[in-house]
Design a protein around this ligand. Structure first.
Ligand code: C5P
Length: 294
């Protein structure tokens, strides 16, 4: 039996730079993983009848069939290694789905790590990365538990330069999400239809490079050009983020394709009035969670 932590991520900088011939989008993003996430337990069990991989999950509405990325990841692992033990997964789900927090992709990587542990490390790190990249665009970033820059459709991952890393690690973050989710495919699809939200890749890369090499604080890199399509349809997002800017002097942003948002907080920031504002505007079903960048 092994339990693997499956962190959430936030996109501090997300520039979608254009649509590709294969229908995906190219992007440049600075992504940080958080000390908040799910726990995935994997237990090898006796040979017998039934499916090779099963999943139990305490999260309402989370599918536990073949459509869950944990099962997809396990199948890919078995295919890549020939390992044929039977494994029962248990997922303690805390990351809300449809949030832009990378929950499903993170779970897939956690499943690969758990199985590789149970299988005695059959899959070398580079091979594990190869399998992860086939499962979802956001999977590769979860292989290295530290802030990274991702490019391409998300599969090219580069570590952040040391000084920039120091400006992010340990930073306090408030995550908050309305009770509705946003479909990633819908958000990218809307960007493709509008065609006006893209940032040129040269400019995106130059902004990330300048921030990495200069000494600007974490707050200076915050950007997300997926906000346009999301904010047009889901007006509760820009309305609350605007209030948070003016009432609290913070610089909140949406993460990924939403609907979760976040704000970087100083260590002495008192969160109670902010949490009250979020719950007042978005209702008691809003998700609110404090975390730190790992
Ligand atoms: O790769 P993943 O399954 O997470 O992507 C979900 C959907 O989001 C894709 O089907 C695609 O429509 C869109 N997407 C995209 N460009 C990316 C990542 C995702 O267009 N870089």
């Amino acid at each position: 039996m092994v339990t693997v932590f499956s962190p959430a991520k936030i996109n501090l900088f997300l520039a979608v730079t254009g649509r590709r011939a294969d229908g995906y989008h190219d992007l440049v993003s600075v992504v940080a993983q958080l000390d908040f996430g799910d726990d995935l337990a994997a237990k090898a069990h006796e040979r017998g009848a039934g499916p090779q991989f099963t999943l139990e999950c305490d999260g309402a509405g989370v599918p536990v069939d073949d459509t869950n990325l944990v099962i997809k990841a396990a199948r890919s692992f078995a295919l890549a290694t020939g390992w044929n033990e039977r494994v029962a997964f248990k997922l303690a789900k805390r990351i809300p789905p449809g949030a832009g927090l990378g929950g499903g992709s993170s779970n897939a990587v956690a499943a690969l790590r758990a199985l590789n542990h149970l299988a005695g490390g059959r899959l070398a790190e580079d091979k594990l990365g190869g399998v992860a990249a086939t499962l979802g665009s956001d999977c590769a970033l979860f292989l290295n538990p530290a802030p990274v820059v991702i490019c391409g459709r998300g599969e090219r991952v580069e570590p952040l330069a040391g000084a920039a890393l120091g400006r992010l690690r340990g930073r306090r973050v408030l995550l908050f999400k309305p009770s509705f989710a946003i479909s990633t495919a819908w958000a990218y699809g809307r960007m493709a239809v509008r065609g006006t939200d893209y940032l040129a890749s040269a400019e995106a890369e130059a902004r990330v490079a300048a921030w990495q090499q200069g000494g600007a604080p974490a707050g200076e890199i915050l950007f997300n050009n997926m906000e346009g399509v999301a904010f047009d349809k889901f007006v509760a997002l820009p309305v609350l983020l605007g209030k948070i800017r003016t009432e609290f002097g913070l610089a909140p942003r949406m993460s990924g394709s939403g609907s979760a948002c976040f704000a970087l907080l100083s260590d002495d920031f008192v969160t109670a009035p902010l949490v009250e504002r979020i719950r007042h505007d978005w209702g008691p079903a809003a998700f609110v969670k404090e975390a730190r960048i790992i």
